[in-house]
Ligand binder design. Structure first.
Ligand code: COA
Length: 326
C-alpha cells in the first residue's frame, strides 16, 4: 500500500513595503477619520509599495524569507504557484519573474487569480501536486500591490487596502501537514467587487466605471463574505470530523475586523486565538493570509503540532479554506 503524503509547511516568510499610510494621513486626502475607519474596519494603517516597487518585488522578498526559514535552495523547488490579482505584467506571469530572480529556472511557475482568495487557491493547487506525488517541494506565494488600483478619491474603498506579500514552502511529509482544502466561486456576483478593465474588455480610462480601479458594494460584500465564510468553515470541520473547539488558531483573510469577529464567533473562538493583522496591514488581498501566518509563526504564537484554520473570501466571488497541522 502506498503511504499517504501530506504537504507540510516547512517555512514561512513575508514582506511589507517600507512606506506606512495611517488613517490620519488618509483623512488629509479624503473626507474620513481615524475613528470611522477604525470602528467600521479595524484598520489603523497600511503599507504602500514605493514607486517602481512591484508585486513581483514584494513576492521575491517574501519567498527568500520563506526559503531561508525552510532551509530550501532555489534548485530544490519543483513548482512555484503565486496568487495575485495585481501581476507585474499581463505576461509573463509574476511567478515566472520571481522564479528567474530566485534562480529556480526549470521548475514550472504560474499565477492564480482568485482575488483576495488567491493564496488559498494557490495553496490548494500546491497541496494537490504534493499529494499526487507530482511535486515534493513547492513555493506558494500570495502577493499584491492593490493600492495601485485604488481610487484615492473614493473614501468608501481607498481606506481599505494595503500592499504586501507572504509565502510558504511546502514539503512532502509522511507524518502531517495540510489536512484538507476547500475552494468555491460564484461568478454571478462579479459586479459587487471587481476591477472591470482588462486586455479583452479594453482599457478606457475616461469612461465611467472603466478606469483601473476597484469597484465595490461594501455592504453586499460584507453580508456575502460572512455567509460564505460561515459555510466553508462548517464544511471544513465536517469534512475532517472535527468539533469547532478542536481548532487552535484561526488565521482569516484580513479584510475587516467585523467579518473576522463574525467567523470567530461562529467557531466559538476567543479573539486571542485569532490572528489579526488587519489593523497594521489593511486588506492586502492574496498577501493577507500568508502575511498573518508568517507573523504568527515568527512571534511564536502558532507552534508545531497545532491545528490551524486558514480562510479567505474575495472578488469573483471566490472563497475557500485550508486546515493544517502546522
Ligand atoms: N469615512 C467616512 N465615512 C464613510 C467612509 C469613510 N472612509 N466610507 C463610507 N462612509 C460613509 C458612507 O458614505 C455612508 O454615509 P451615508 O450614511 O451618509 O450615506 C456611511 O459611511 C455608511 O456607509 P456604509 O457603506 O453603510 O458603511 P458600512 O458600515 O457598510 O462600512 C465598509 C463600509 C466598506 C467598511 C463595509 O461595508 C465593509 O467592510 N464591507 C466589506 C468590504 C470588504 O471586505 N471587501 C473586500 C472583501 S475581500
Amino acid at each position: 500500500m502506498t503511504q499517504q503524503v501530506f504537504a507540510r509547511i516547512a517555512g514561512t516568510g513575508s514582506y511589507l513595503p517600507e512606506k506606512v499610510l495611517t488613517n490620519a494621513d488618509l483623512a488629509k486626502i479624503v473626507d474620513t477619520s481615524d475613528e470611522w475607519i477604525a470602528t467600521r474596519t479595524g484598520i489603523r494603517e497600511r503599507h504602500i509599495a514605493a514607486d517602481g516597487q512591484t508585486t513581483g518585488d514584494l513576492a521575491y522578498h517574501a519567498a527568500v524569507r520563506a526559503m531561508e526559514a525552510a532551509g530550501v535552495q532555489a534548485s530544490e523547488l519543483d513548482l512555484i504557484v503565486l496568487g495575485t490579482t495585481t501581476p507585474d505584467l499581463i505576461f509573463p506571469s509574476t511567478a515566472c519573474l520571481v522564479q528567474n530572480r530566485l534562480g529556480a529556472n526549470g521548475c514550472p511557475a504560474f499565477d492564480v487569480n482568485a482575488a483576495c482568495c488567491g493564496f488559498v487557491y494557490a495553496l490548494t493547487i500546491a497541496d494537490k501536486f504534493i499529494r499526487s506525488g507530482a511535486a515534493r517541494t513547492v513555493l506558494v506565494i500570495g502577493a499584491e500591490t492593490l493600492t495601485r488600483m485604488v481610487d484615492w478619491t473614493d473614501r468608501t474603498t481607498c481606506v481599505l487596502f494595503g500592499d504586501g506579500a507572504g509565502a510558504v514552502v511546502l514539503k512532502a511529509d509522511t507524518e502531517t501537514g495540510i489536512l484538507s482544502t476547500h475552494m468555491h466561486a460564484d461568478g454571478s456576483k462579479k459586479e459587487l467587487l471587481w476591477g472591470p478593465v482588462g486586455v479583452s474588455v479594453g482599457f478606457k480610462p475616461d469612461e465611467p466605471n472603466c478606469g483601473v480601479k476597484i469597484h465595490m458594494s461594501g455592504n453586499d460584500v460584507f453580508k456575502h463574505a460572512v455567509k460564505a465564510l460561515d459555510s466553508v468553515v462548517e464544511e471544513t470541520l465536517e469534512h475532517n470530523g472535527l468539533d469547532r473547539h478542536d481548532i487552535d488558531w484561526l488565521i482569516p483573510h484580513q479584510a475587516n475586523l467585523r467579518i473576522i469577529e463574525a467567523t470567530a464567533k461562529r467557531l466559538d473562538m476567543p479573539m486571542d486565538r485569532v490572528i489579526v493583522t488587519v489593523d497594521k496591514h489593511g486588506n492586502t488581498s492574496s498577501g493577507s493570509v500568508p502575511l498573518a501566518l508568517d507573523e504568527a509563526v515568527r512571534a511564536g504564537r502558532v507552534q508545531r503540532g497545532q491545528l490551524v484554520l486558514l480562510e479567505a473570501f474575495g472578488g469573483g466571488f471566490t472563497w475557500g479554506s485550508a486546515l493544517l497541522r502546522y
